[in-house]
Design a binder for this molecule. Structure first.
Ligand code: GRF
Length: 198
């Protein structure tokens, strides 16, 4: 019996595509739905092209009413009976009301070596700090932003000539390797963190 995976996106969905494409053959999970918080999210077409159901819950009509938005998210994905929820570039903060029922079943990818640089502009912050390495992290989602047990990380060297965009591009290549690897591991019931270097 395959685990069912829901994936939330906000944009191009390149991580989502890698997750969906990884879930074939002897993989213990299969994608059941991709949800975006905007109909403009480019990733929706990539999901549909792959035969995965898509849903949109636009946050804007909720005018900041997070509880109502989150209730709509939950109601929209409920029929898919997902076992695991992957956030993949989903740019809305989710509160404890949404996250708590998913405890231990919800993953996120973040473009930094957590616990460093929670939130936005991670690559510029790593450059500004003079760090020698950047990277990405897949972690379990808890109610605290970009927190929760770490399930995998990749370290990426920072080159002297790097701009934030250069670094983002090199880290994204590693995100595309890390997230499918962690999801496979997680769906098989394993929680030991995976550690890689570029
Ligand atoms: C990735 O860098 C991810 O780590 C961050 O948002 C970006 C999403 O890219 N949270 P994509 O939509 O998967 O292409």
């Amino acid at each position: 019996m395959h685990k069912k995976v829901a994936i939330f996106i906000s944009g191009g969905g390149s991580n989502m595509v890698k997750l969906v494409d990884s879930m074939t053959g002897d993989h213990p999970a299969r994608p059941v739905v991709v949800l975006a918080n905007s109909a403009d999210a480019g990733g929706l077409k990539h999901a549909a092209d792959r035969g995965v159901a898509t849903e949109v819950v636009d946050h804007r009509p909720f005018n900041g009413d997070r509880a109502a938005f989150e209730a709509a998210l939950q109601a929209t994905i409920a029929p898919y009976e997902a076992d695991i929820l992957c956030l993949a570039g989903f740019m809305r903060v989710l509160t404890a009301d949404f996250v708590t029922p998913w405890a231990g079943r919800m993953l996120n990818i973040h473009p930094s070596l957590l616990p460093k640089y929670k939130g936005l502009h991670t690559h510029q912050r790593a450059l500004d700090a003079g760090d020698t390495h950047a990277g990405c992290t897949v972690h379990e989602v808890t109610a605290a932003l970009d927190d929760g047990p770490i399930l995998g990380q990749v370290r990426v060297p920072i080159l002297p000539s790097d701009t934030a965009d250069d670094l983002a591009a090199r880290v994204l290549v590693q995100e595309h390797i890390l997230y499918p690897a962690v999801l496979r591991h997680f769906a098989a019931g394993q929680r030991t963190p995976l550690e890689f270097s570029e």
